[in-house]
Design a protein around this ligand. Sequence first.
Ligand SMILES: Cc1cc2nc3c(=O)[nH]c(=O)nc-3n(C[C@H](O)[C@H](O)[C@H](O)COP(=O)(O)OP(=O)(O)OC[C@H]3O[C@@H](n4cnc5c(N)ncnc54)[C@H](O)[C@@H]3O)c2cc1C
Length: 299
Amino acid sequence: MNVIAAALREILQGPVLVGEPLRRHTTWRIGGPAGLFIAPQSEEELLAALHLLARVNMPWLALGTGSNILVRDGGFRGAVIHMGALQSIAFRDDGTVKVGGGLSMMRLIRQAVQRGLAGLEDLAGIPATVGGAVKMNAGAAGQDMAGVLEGALLAGSEGMEYWTAERLDMRYRASAVPSDRIVAAAILRFTPGDPERLEACVQQRLHARRKAQGVGKPNAGSVFKNPPGHQAWRLIDESGLRGHSIGGAQISEKHANFIINRGGAKAADVLSLIGQIQEVVRGRTGIMLEPEVQVIGEA
Ligand SMILES: Cc1cc2nc3c(=O)[nH]c(=O)nc-3n(C[C@H](O)[C@H](O)[C@H](O)COP(=O)(O)OP(=O)(O)OC[C@H]3O[C@@H](n4cnc5c(N)ncnc54)[C@H](O)[C@@H]3O)c2cc1C
């Protein structure tokens, strides 16, 4: 590990850390250590790092805000690539906007709204990066990333490739971004809107989120996808599971599709709770809830 870390330090200006606790980088505040933790400062550094990691055959994982990830307690033995430094935003003459994969969605939405660009205002308050939002096709209140996405620059060990939105095949909380590619940048096309009306919409969304989702403890948003024709929170609630806990993990009293970390929760606690929810809901309704959160790493 140290030899690879030294090679990475030769090509990266940003940090190259060994054994960084991933609980510091997930909204759940849960997760074991990363073999290596790097934060490329540019698209060029990202490509160089991916090339090197492929040469030494080391697995890697892209990390945005860590708002949809459950890292197991044994951590991730490969390299975690933190995208936080790729924050560029360029409003281009052809009407499109090119944004870095590490840009915070909230920053993007604020800039778009100021310029009277509509299409993502309903996503205000989702604590995501652009890359994570593309990968997961983040959405809320009828809007999603698919609605504005023209395409994305995907970085891999062989270089950068442009994928159109069609090829990215955006679906409900999923896309075709392969696990060996990173969204280095996205190309978006907004529609014209009135800045005042858009700002009012942002404020309303933020208020609604605080009211419905202000659970007061670390969490990763909705744990399960909504099955067709159903709402996951309702299925969990009607199964009498609201407030149920295992170890430090508890189904939120306020939002039954949120699992909170009451303090000191292990990934194992959350996984046991997920398993129990699936079992109880399936036994009562026949519906198997599918996790939305991405579970990674080793037990
Ligand atoms: C309080 C709260 C509310 C939420 N509300 C919503 C909501 O309303 N709607 C919704 O859709 N989601 C919601 N989420 C979930 C989450 O914010 C989204 O799934 C978001 O898109 C994840 O972005 P991220 O940058 O945090 O990705 P991460 O959690 O860091 O990563 C998620 C996945 O994307 C991959 N990934 C991250 N960055 C990249 C990249 N640059 N290139 C390729 N792959 C990448 C990761 O490897 C992982 O597989 C909520 C979460 C929280 C905590």
